[in-house]
Design a protein around this ligand. Sequence first.
Ligand code: MG
Length: 222
Amino acid sequence: MPAPPRSIIPWDDVDTVMVDMDGTLLDLAFDNFFWRELVPARYASHRNLPEEEARRELTGLYKALEGRLAWYCIDHWSETLGLDIRALKEEHRHRIQYLPKATEFLAAVRRRGKRLLLVTNAHRETLAVKVAQTGLDREVDSLISSHDYFAPKQSQTFWKRFLADENFDPGRTVLIEDSLSVLKAASSFGVKYTVAIRCPDSGQPPRQISSFPSVDGVHELG
Ligand SMILES: [Mg+2]
């Protein structure tokens, strides 16, 4: 008889569970649609450009800000592109969805009596739209946006400020995330347990991840 599969999270050694939002609890298909299809189409018509050209221009702008806080800032994009990004998100909020069994996973974590924090790089306004659509605020103990600390989760500055503010023991914390650069930053800071998500977008095949313990989705945890 094969031994039963061991949980990837050593629950007895963990008392704080940090989960990312987009691509971990919520389907990244929404964000990919939003930034790769909707925004280029609206930007093209706003600037009177062929869609291909708008897309090329945007890809350059996105790349330049990758991993930086401004990437997640609604005001930044509204000003740069001349589009009302918050209104566009509101208009398409019906497309925002949980990844498979994400709420069941959150409920299971709470049943274990762990402290459950949602930690996101999303701007507070984006967070508000997503919370209104999903009721995510009822599923976790607290919602943390890195914007409150003026530094993205990819930076050590974020982790230092966050720890100073929220009392948690990095040695008894697990972070579940789809961003490998965030997992790397958390891990160098001292967050002991990390789990990467292989399938952040339900419309895409799973990614190969070798640098962190990984699962297709949170439905495998719990
Ligand atoms: Mg994410």
